[in-house]
Ligand binder design. Structure first.
Ligand SMILES: C[S@@+](CC[C@H](N)C(=O)[O-])C[C@H]1O[C@@H](n2cnc3c(N)ncnc32)[C@H](O)[C@@H]1O
Length: 226
């Protein structure tokens, strides 16, 4: 991945809790954050004695390089959201600017934790569909705003292989959202749910208390059937 291809945009622990319906018990479990990028999830969890490892190809870059890229891309992202504001619900944020400030705060929180977290092995430069972890190494994997959202960029086969890999390394997998960037349900969702179900993997669409992109208010929960 080249630095110029990266569009950093990071969410917070509070948002992860709502997107993935994380319970107090979930928060004490061993978690893999998949494609966490510049989210402050890992930093905030670590400050609360949580156990999170984040993987993302962007972690091949230094804090300075990621920060530079945040500064370069931030105005255009806010502008893009402003122009397409009708596609979003504005109950939490007043407007694109306020949302942008919230994201910037999250990214700054990430950047201040990143050098230490990298040394501690909490930020690993890896990418789906292949991960360097033993079977069932994690209790839970969470994947925010990557799989299904980027259906135009990642093929159905990559989605399937990625989910199978996440099921291998963790007892449970949660993915949010199920919508594409264009706001439609991912064209891969139904066939992937069927393929996993045919393999005796339990898959549930679970409504969650998070909706920013209109209509995107469900996560996929995947685990081996009891
Ligand atoms: C839209 S960002 C979401 C960041 C964070 N999860 C959040 O919700 O705030 C998508 C992230 O996925 C990462 N990514 C792209 N391809 C990936 C892959 N194959 N495996 C893991 N992460 C990937 C990108 O580098 C980027 O940081």
């Amino acid at each position: 991945m080249k630095l110029q291809e990266i569009v950093p945009w990071g969410r917070t622990l509070e948002e992860y809790v709502r997107m993935f319906a994380l319970t107090p018990k979930d928060l004490t479990s061993k978690i893999l954050g998949v494609g966490d990028g510049p989210a402050s999830f890992n930093a905030e969890m670590t400050a609360m004695n949580g156990q999170v490892i984040s993987i993302d190809p962007v972690y091949a870059f230094s804090a300075q390089q990621i920060e530079q890229r945040v500064q370069q891309t931030y105005p255009a992202i806010v502008d893009q959201i402003r122009v397409t504001a009708d596609g979003y619900r504005w109950d939490q944020f007043k407007d694109a600017y306020e949302l942008g400030q919230y994201r910037l705060t999250a990214m700054k929180r990430f950047l201040s934790d990143y050098p230490t977290g990298k040394q501690q092995g909490r930020y690993l430069a890896n990418q789906l569909p292949t991960l360097p972890f033993a079977d069932r190494f994690f209790d839970l994997s969470v994947c925010s705003h990557l799989l299904f959202l980027y259906s135009k960029h990642l093929s159905e086969q990559v989605h399937y292989d990625s989910i199978k890999e996440l099921v291998r390394v963790s007892n449970e997998v949660r993915i949010f959202p199920l919508q594409t960037l264009e706001g439609e349900q991912s064209p891969y969702l139904d066939s992937i749910v069927k393929a996993l179900t045919d393999e005796s993997i339990q898959v549930d669409r679970v409504p969650v208390a998070y909706e920013f992109q209109r209509g995107a208010n469900e996560m996929l929960r995947i685990r081996f059937a009891d």
